[in-house]
Design a protein around this ligand. Structure first.
Ligand SMILES: [Zn+2]
Length: 343
């Protein structure tokens, strides 16, 4: 089920192989999935669109833009004699889950959310001047906890004070407590181009057989981690969060990315790591240090969680058949709270 139909037409199967991967002509894949394909810049940038979705593929790029958000691919887009190609691996591991969320989203209600304020104690995280990352991740987590509780979720934290917590203990707590989601909170820093690099990034686990977006010598020869079981859900979750952060903060989109971070690897539930922005950016750094901006970020994350939750909910049932009592007018039965998602 769910095999990608590619019009064999003019191409023998296995005709396109790069990077040890089977590649598929984007135009064929798009046509088979009811998308309309055009070159935006001939030989360089291709768009595939339907009524609800717009994908933009850049030749040689390791990202695909999906409805305005960059999503990391495991293998770059290729152009072979004027035919734009995408790796079958990425269709399966990145594009399909996002295009057809109903097939991947968990049909379980989200009750408990585990928040993981990055670093703590002797581990300060990034340091920019007198600003320590560990302080801002905890402040963000505390406010996010309050907001999520108000929205009706049960929330647990991997630390509530300035204490050191080993990396493996963080997802382990989420596992022990049966959390339905795991969210690790961080702020970023860069040595180079401090003035230019800004914006949130949201990470989820790297697919088995691929290298991470942030690969520092990490190859593709990694076996599955416990987190790969929920790989599709984690990607959907990361996408909703990144979309909400970029939209609500009016921030630069640095994309949905993949990494085998220690805090993600062992999580047995949809798990993401948010890098809320760059402390090293002169403008964004100052924003991160203000309660007002973090408040906005908290609201964006809550919205993202609610949007993700909505994907897994069954479609609202048809309106119930109500016996009409002519004598009782007005104030019919309320069907407002069917989905339980207040927006
Ligand atoms: Zn960090």
């Amino acid at each position: 089920m769910g095999a990608i139909l590619v019009h064999a037409g003019s191409y023998p199967s296995g005709a396109f192989r790069f990077n040890g991967q089977n590649y598929v002509p984007i135009a064929d894949w798009a046509r088979a999935n009811g998308l309309h394909c055009v070159w935006l810049k001939h030989g360089d940038e291709m768009a595939a669109t339907n009524r609800t979705t717009r994908l933009v593929f850049g030749v040689d790029s390791h990202y695909v833009e999906i409805n305005g958000i960059q999503v990391a691919l495991s293998f770059p887009i290729a152009n072979q004699k004027g035919v734009a190609l995408v790796a079958q691996f990425d269709l399966d591991a990145a594009i399909r889950p996002l295009m057809f969320p109903a097939r991947y989203a968990r049909p379980v209600a989200i009750k408990t959310i585990c928040l993981d304020p990055g670093h703590g104690g002797r581990d300060t995280g990034n340091r920019v001047g007198w600003h320590y990352e560990k302080v801002y991740t905890l402040a963000l987590a505390a406010e996010l906890r309050d907001q999520l509780r108000q929205a009706g979720f049960n929330v647990i934290l991997t630390r509530t004070k300035d204490t050191y917590v080993e990396l493996p203990d963080r997802p382990a707590l989420a596992n022990q407590r049966g959390a339905d989601l795991f969210v690790s909170l961080h702020f970023n820093a860069t040595e180079e181009a401090r003035g230019e690099v800004e914006g949130p990034e949201t990470y989820c686990i790297t697919p088995v057989g691929a290298s991470s977006t942030n690969a520092r010598g990490e190859g593709s020869d990694h076996g599955p981690t416990p987190a790969n079981r929920d790989e599709g859900e984690s990607l959907l979750f990361a996408y909703q969060i990144q979309k909400s952060l970029v939209g609500n903060l009016d921030a630069e989109d640095r994309g949905v990315r993949r990494a085998r971070f220690a805090v993600l690897r062992d999580a047995r539930m949809p798990a993401i790591l948010i890098e809320g922005g760059y402390m090293t950016n002169p403008y964004e750094g100052k924003q991160i240090y203000t309660a007002a901006y973090r408040h906005q970020m908290v609201q964006a994350i809550v919205k993202g969680i609610l949007a993700y939750q909505k994907l897994g909910l069954p479609p609202p049932p048809a309106l119930p058949v109500v016996n009409h009592h002519p004598g009782k007018s007005g104030g019919g039965p309320s069907v407002k709270k069917l989905s339980g998602v207040g927006e």
